[in-house]
Every structure is written in structure tokens, then in C-alpha cells.
Design a protein around this ligand. Structure first.
Ligand code: GAL
Length: 469
């Protein structure tokens, strides 16, 4: 079975994870610069993205990798603080514009479509100093930054992701304090940040729609992370309900307002309200959208972008002590099956992606779906012959074929995470997701293909798997 004609084959990266050049040519600091420079073992061996893969100076090496794979699409993100060092359009860094112009023009000259993420976890530090995603002021500032991106690059970029995984970032950065800026706000920060991210996304979609769409004819969405969830005991009603809560609190939390009706799922609203009441809050910890905001948010995505890595089993776990927190609000525990092989938090469960795609199709009116990230890592030191890891990709492609041909899912693009080994946030360079190996000990940062890269190139060339069923 082959993929549909015209299916898009991509690989993805993100600015802070690959570019390096953290203070080159006028780039302003972002929250990850501050966070990694503070040390404190919050990142593996206190590693930083100061140099990373050096893509800021070695872009041409990346382009060679892209050509070797035969990608139809390359997904990368813009470093906000490289373009606007203090986050605002008060000062525009021409050197930053020049860099991305070169990347975009080179891609197009080689027949590769750029899929551009406007913001991928790297908030300018100057904006974090004013409250970051916890402050409502960010909505307007993000919208202006997005408009600047559309105006500057939108004559050539036709596929945009406004915010990468707002659901991950709101939770891991602003609720748990594990990601930069590193300050936990249990039970409140995640909701507040998510609320502002949804509004910022929606505002920038409207800006595109009213100011740029007619001329540029592009598409705008946001990418949502979801680890598929299955009830630990399928016969247990509490486990099944707990699983629904995970889906509602993580995926539907963003997708329902944006794709359906402008508002959070009832399940989330009632649950956070009742937990807040028990904890003595005068009102729900989950902020509310006004009627006007609901109208503004509804329908603000031109395709459904989703990122899948793994699956978990879910069990009901009562929050007996009324503890404050996002997971505690859901009253769940989640865990992998003991038989699954895993590296870090990612367990080898390719079948979860088919269930996720089917869920999106059924819940969100059969949208056009892009998988904007999917992958499986190796631990450092990795093996160039990563045949075992390729098995994850191969089985994933089989699941995608079933999703398309059996379930009728309208999947049009797949991006592997990642083109290169890169700075994997708190795991530094210890977790390697690349299709290409990067030697981080060598100042020239040479790239070399893993077996997975060679196999992926074959799949792209054939637009399918050979001999798959
Ligand atoms: C995603 C994130 C990427 C990458 C990947 C692998 O959540 O968008 O930046 O780190 O996970 O963990």
C-alpha cells in the first residue's frame, strides 16, 4: 500500500535546539539561554544550546541532509529573539531576517516547501521579565510578532504553525517549572499560560486572515502534542472516565475551543471548578473566555497539526488530600505497559498514532491532518546503525497507511522529529532524535546519516513501504 499521491514528507527542527549562535549578530537572549546559563543541573550536565548543531552558520550542511533524504517539506522555527531581540517590533534585527530569508530561499530553490513555526518554546527573555505567558499583555505582543513574520516571509511561506505544543509548554514550563523559565505555579500557571496562548494563537490567525490571506494564500494552525491514552482496565468505569479526562485536559482543552466552539470542554470546566471550590478558591482556577472571545477563538485553524510520540495506560487515582495541580485535577495516574521498550519518557507504541488520528477524525469533523512531529530517540552514545529504532518508524508508517486507507483519515503530511540530533531540552545532548548524527565534540559539528535516514529516504522515494500490509 502506498501513501496518497502528493503526500508530504518532512523532518522538523526548532531554533533553540539546533541553531546555536546564541549571542551572534544581535540576537537577544531567550528564556532557555537564561535557564541553561543558570546551571543547577536542571539540564543534563548543565549543557546549553549556545552552539548546539551550529545551524546558524552551518545551514548549508542541513540543506545537504534535507536533499539526501529527498524531503518535500522542512519544518523549522524562527527564533523570536533573533528577529526581535527584545521581543517587540521596536527593534528589528536585519541579520536575523537575512538568515531566515536564506533558509527559505534555499529550500524553495531545491523544491522543498518550508513549514514554519513562529514560536517553539523560546520566549525572548525581555518578555518573560514582563510576566511571559502568564501575563495577558503577551497576546498583543505575540500577534504583532506573528504579523511581522507573515509580512516578512509570507510571500514565500505558505504553511504556518503559530505556537508549538502550547499544551506541553503551559504544563511543563508554567505549571511544573521543569522547562524554562523554571518557576512552578501548581494548579494555576498552566491554565493561565494556556489561556493566553489560545487567545494569542486565535488573534494571530485573524491577523493572517484579514491582512495577509487574500494575497499570500497560505494556511495557519498550531501544533498540539498528544500521548495516546488507554484505560488501564477497559472494564473499569473509573479508569475509562479517567482516560477521557486525560484526553479532555490535554488535547481537547486546546482543540475544542479552536476547532469547534470557542470554549473549553465541559468536563474540564466542571472538574476544575469543583476542585477549586473544595480547595477554598472563590472561583475556578480555570480562567473563562468571554462570549466575544469565544467567537474570536472558534474556527481559527486551517488544518489539524498533531505531534505523537508514545502512549500510556491511565488509572483513576483519587486526589484524597485535595492537592493542587493539573494532574491532581484530573485525578489520574498514568504509566506504560511493563512489556513496552522505552528510552526516557518515550515507549515503543506505534499503534497509538492510529487511534489518535481516528479520534481526531471523529471528534473534529474529519479535518486535514498534518503530523508535525513524531520520532523515537537513542541514548548517547548512539549507534549509526539504528536498525532497531527504524522499526519504530516502519511500524508507524504501517499504522499511518491503515489510518488513511482503512479509517479514512485525511492525513496529508508527516514530519519526523528530528532532522538532526539536537539539544533535547532538559536532556541536553544525551537523548538523540536525529535522522542524522551530529558530533557535538567536533567544532565542525559534522552530520552523518543513521540507518533510519537511509531507510526514510527510500520510503519518501517510493511514497510508501515496500512489501507492507
Ligand atoms: C516535542 C518538542 C520538540 C522535541 C520533541 C522530543 O514535544 O516539540 O522540541 O523536543 O518533543 O522530545
Amino acid at each position: 500500500m502506498a501513501f496518497p499521491a502528493g503526500f508530504g514528507w518532512g523532518a522538523a527542527t526548532a531554533a533553540y535546539q539546533v541553531e546555536g549562535g546564541w549571542d551572534a549578530d544581535g540576537r537577544g537572549p531567550c528564556v532557555w539561554d537564561t535557564f541553561t546559563h543558570q546551571g543547577g543541573e536542571r539540564v543534563f550536565k548543565n549543557q546549553t544550546g549556545d552552539v548546539a548543531c551550529g545551524s546558524y552558520t552551518l545551514w548549508e550542511e542541513d540543506l545537504k541532509c534535507i536533499k539526501q533524504l529527498g524531503l518535500t517539506h522542512y519544518r523549522f522555527s524562527l527564533s523570536w529573539s533573533r528577529l526581535l531581540p527584545d521581543g517587540t517590533t521596536g527593534f528589528i534585527n536585519q541579520k536575523g531576517i537575512d538568515y531566515y530569508n536564506k533558509v527559505i530561499n534555499d529550500l524553495l530553490a531545491h523544491g522543498v516547501t518550508p513549514l514554519v513555526t513562529i514560536y517553539h518554546f523560546d520566549l525572548p527573555q525581555a518578555l518573560e521579565d514582563q510576566g511571559g505567558w502568564l501575563s495577558e499583555a503577551i497576546i498583543d505582543i505575540f500577534d504583532r510578532y506573528a504579523q511581522f513574520c507573515f509580512r516578512t516571509f509570507g510571500d514565500r511561506v505558505k504553511q504556518w504553525i503559530t505556537i508549538n505544543e502550547p499544551n506541553t509548554y503551559a504544563l511543563i514550563a508554567y505549571e511544573m517549572g521543569i522547562f524554562a523559565p523554571g518557576v512552578p505555579h501548581p494548579g494555576t500557571g498552566g491554565y493561565q499560560a494556556a489561556h493566553n496562548m489560545i487567545k494569542a494563537h486565535a488573534r494571530s490567525w485573524h491577523s493572517y486572515n484579514s491582512l495577509f490571506r487574500r494575497e499570500q494564500k497560505g494556511m495557519v494552525s498550531l501544533s498540539l502534542f498528544f500521548g495516546w491514552s488507554e484505560p488501564a482496565d477497559p472494564n473499569s468505569v473509573p479508569d475509562r472516565e479517567a482516560t477521557m479526562r486525560v484526553i479532555s485536559f490535554t488535547l481537547d482543552f486546546f482543540a475544542k475551543p479552536i476547532f469547534i466552539d470557542g470554549d473549553y470542554p465541559e468536563l474540564v470546566k466542571s472538574r476544575v471548578a469543583s476542585m477549586s471550590k473544595k480547595q477554598g478558591y472563590p472561583s475556578s482556577r480555570l480562567p473563562e473566555f468571554t462570549e466575544e472571545e469565544k467567537k474570536m477563538i472558534k474556527g481559527t485553524a486551517d488544518f489539524f497539526a498533531v505531534q505523537y510520540y508514545t502512549t500510556r495506560f491511565v488509572k483513576y487515582q483519587e486526589n484524597k488530600k485535595g492537592e493542587l495541580g493539573f494532574i491532581q485535577d484530573m485525578e489520574i495516574d498514568y504509566f506504560p505497559d511493563p512489556s513496552w521498550k522505552g528510552v526516557g519518557w518515550i515507549y515503543f507504541v506505534p499503534w497509538g498514532i492510529r487511534k489518535l488520528l481516528k479520534y481526531i477524525k471523529d471528534t473534529y469533523n474529519n479535518p486535514v491532518i498534518y503530523i508535525t512531529e513524531n520520532g523515537f530517540p537513542q541514548r548517547d552514545p548512539p549507534s549509526l546503525d539504528d536498525t532497531q529504532r527504524w522499526e519504530y518508524f516502519r511500524q508507524t508508517f504501517q499504522e499511518l497507511l491503515r489510518a488513511i486507507h482503512v479509517d479514512g483519515v485525511n492525513l496529508q503530511l508527516y514530519c519526523a522529529w528530528s532532522l538532526l540530533d539536537n539539544f533535547e531540552w532538559n536532556d541536553g545532548y544525551n537523548t538523540r532524535f536525529g535522522l542524522f548524527h551530529v558530533d557535538f565534540e567536533d567544532p565542525a559539528r559534522p552530520r552523518a546519516p543513521y540507518t533510519s535516514a537511509k531507510e526514510y529516504a527510500k520510503v519518501i522515494k517510493n511514497n510508501g513501504l515496500e512489501g507492507s500490509s
